[in-house]
Design a protein around this ligand. Structure first.
Ligand SMILES: [Zn+2]
Ligand SMILES: [Zn+2]
Length: 216
């Protein structure tokens, strides 16, 4: 079983997550959006053996610290889907929009495909990749079946959904991604979004007005 810790990073308080195999300390880091050095120090402090960095999408608040952290840890960056190349290659534009420090374009070691299963050494659990376009075209969510955890990025939030009014966003696609890829997961699945608090699939099925059609 995996345990996890959440470290909000950067100006947008994005939830960077460490997924940790409790038996051997092997760790996957999802969405190190900022504060790479601080995250690196945490891995040292807790003697974590980081095996990979995984990215949900190409927005700066999620991937802005990925290259520096990958260099410090000497690990690969996996994801998101190739359709987020537009965002990953325009990190400097994203940074200047928010008055943040400029970043070079990011090319992950590997893009991910819908339905792909990641088998990262020593993590002890496979990770299913779910391509969920709508917030960005190449956004993916990560499903840890054994631990019952969904990293939902900026697709699904507790009681809300991601914005779809950015360039290349698509509100209908977003809702159909959520209905067809996420709402079919078991009700007890813990939903860990890229911002804000946690939820479960069952709770979102019952309570989330965006999915239930009250807002079209
Ligand atoms: Zn985003
Ligand atoms: Zn975000």
């Amino acid at each position: 079983m995996l345990t996890y810790i959440t470290i909000p990073v950067g100006a947008f308080q994005e939830n960077c997550r460490f997924l940790i195999n409790q038996e051997n300390g092997s760790t996957v880091i999802c969405d190190p959006g900022d504060n790479a050095r601080e995250l690196y120090r945490l891995t040292e402090k807790y003697h974590l053996k980081v095996k990979a960095i995984i990215l949900t999408h190409g927005h700066l608040d999620h991937c802005g610290g990925a290259m520096e952290l990958a260099r410090l840890l000497n690990v690969e960056i996996l994801g998101p889907h190739r359709d987020d190349e537009y965002w990953l290659h325009n990190l400097d534009m994203q940074a200047s929009m928010f008055g943040l420090e400029s970043r070079p374009p990011l090319t992950p070691h590997r893009y991910l495909e819908d339905g792909e299963v990641l088998d990262i050494p020593d993590i002890g659990e496979k990770i299913l990749v779910l391509h969920c376009p709508g917030h960005t075209p190449g956004q993916v969510c990560f499903y840890f079946k054994e631990s019952g955890i969904l990293l939902s990025g900026d697709v699904l939030f507790a009681g809300s959904v991601g914005r779809s009014d950015f360039p290349k966003g698509d509100p209908e696609q977003l809702i159909s991604s959520i209905r067809n890829k996420l709402m079919i997961l078991p009700d007890e699945t813990r939903v860990l979004p890229g911002h804000g608090g946690e939820s479960t699939i069952g709770e979102e099925k019952r309570e989330n007005p965006y999915i239930n059609g009250y807002f079209g």
